[in-house]
Design a protein around this ligand. Structure first.
Ligand SMILES: NC(=O)c1ccc[n+]([C@@H]2O[C@H](COP(=O)([O-])OP(=O)(O)OC[C@H]3O[C@@H](n4cnc5c(N)ncnc54)[C@H](OP(=O)(O)O)[C@@H]3O)[C@@H](O)[C@H]2O)c1
Length: 337
């Protein structure tokens, strides 16, 4: 079987090349899939531009997140069968507990080959089964953005009872976190650089704050929620951390996820400890957490916020260019069906 793959022999969106090759005989512990939909993450863009890990091996096959259909299974594969709908796991083989020592050596979309291809063989521990009736474009949003948001919400104190959650920006992780929080009955404060985006996502928040128009957005959070929020989905990193600490209640939790804002800002650690705030680093999530999330979605269906769908493997560089403009809310998806 022939497959077409998007590769980057060098860093830079303009360096995209498509190669065609014959897939080898399927290994005993591998699964051959047809990729149906891919979703982009901020990490994928950094990876392609050489800003995530300048030493990542090239040619790079980018992107970690896909939904696919099983075409063939190796003789030692028991958990999957032909026709199953599957999603990828960004850190293959991470079953439970903390990440394995070699987690960063196996991540899909760099250093391991990613999902930008028609057909691909994966080791079985890189795939997770999802319900057959799920929409592939929706399912493709789950492996990183969805699971990271679920993991972050799960790390908050009182995550099952009424609580205030603060989400930063309107990207893939933050939109998912707001949707999950709403399903759990939490109240959401959402920040964004854009009033239009906040209006578009009005269903997902109780309070929307434009962080450009209101640079002291932490103070604004406290006018709506005087004790402070119970948890923060902290995707900004160093540049937003101190305001997140200000906006968090005593004994609250900050789920540390991303690095979008000014990395040189020094963190006010004293204030965080004086407020007894728990800082919880989040690395996507393991297989067990993913299965828990899939069950949650079965019981509480969520339609991911998809800003734009691009068509076909050839459109991926344009999809990346669109992601880079930051115009999107939620996810950018590529349909390969
Ligand atoms: N730790 C993990 O496992 C993990 C997993 C997934 C993602 N991440 C990280 O989390 C971050 C978000 O990822 P993503 O895929 O959701 O990104 P994304 O979809 O590209 O969303 C980025 C959005 O963040 C907002 N933003 C940008 N600068 C901001 C700032 N200074 N303050 C507040 N919001 C800001 C913008 O929203 P507005 O236009 O509305 O302002 C922007 O559209 C990235 O740093 C990514 O690497 C980490």
């Amino acid at each position: 079987m022939r497959t077409r793959t998007l590769t980057f022999p060098e860093f830079g969106l303009e360096k995209a090349e498509w190669i065609e090759r014959e897939l080898p005989v399927l290994a005993d512990d591998h699964i051959r899939v047809k990729v149906l939909a891919i979703s982009l993450n901020y990490r994928d863009l950094l990876m392609v531009e050489g800003l995530y890990n300048p030493r990542v091996p090239r040619p790079l096959v980018p992107c970690s997140d896909a939904c696919a259909q099983v075409l063939q299974v190796g003789s030692k594969v028991q958990e999957f069968k032909v026709g199953d709908l599957v999603i990828t796991q960004m850190v293959p083989g991470w079953q439970d507990g903390p990440p394995p020592e070699n987690a960063h050596h196996r991540t899909l979309g760099g250093p391991a080959a990613g999902v930008c291809c028609d057909f691909q063989d994966f080791q079985q521990d890189a795939l997770i089964k999802v319900p057959a009736q799920w929409n592939p474009k929706h399912a493709a949003c789950l492996p990183v953005a969805g699971l990271t948001a679920w993991n972050a919400i799960r790390s908050l104190p009182k995550w099952r009872s009424p609580a205030w959650v603060l989400t930063l920006g309107t990207g893939g992780v933050s939109c998912f976190a707001a949707q999950i929080a709403k399903k759990l009955g939490m109240r959401v404060v959402m920040t964004s650089s854009s009033d239009q985006k906040l209006t578009r996502l009005a269903q997902l928040h109780d309070v929307g704050i434009n962080y450009r128009a209101t640079p002291a957005w932490d103070k604004e959070v406290l006018t709506h929620c005087p004790q402070g929020v119970d948890g923060v989905i902290e995707v900004g990193g160093a540049g937003t951390f101190n305001r997140s600490v200000n906006a968090t209640r005593l004994g609250g939790c900050i789920a540390l996820i991303g690095v979008l804002a000014d990395p040189d800002q020094p963190p006010n650690l004293t204030k965080a400890l004086m407020k007894d705030i728990r800082i919880q680093g989040i690395l996507v999530g393991n297989h067990k957490r993913a299965q828990e999330f899939i069950q949650f979605l079965q019981d509480n269906p969520i339609e991911p916020i998809i800003d734009k769908v691009f068509d076909g493997l050839d459109s991926i560089p344009s999809a990346f260019a669109y992601l880079k403009t930051g115009q999107h809310v939620g996810k950018v998806v590529i349909d390969l069906t």
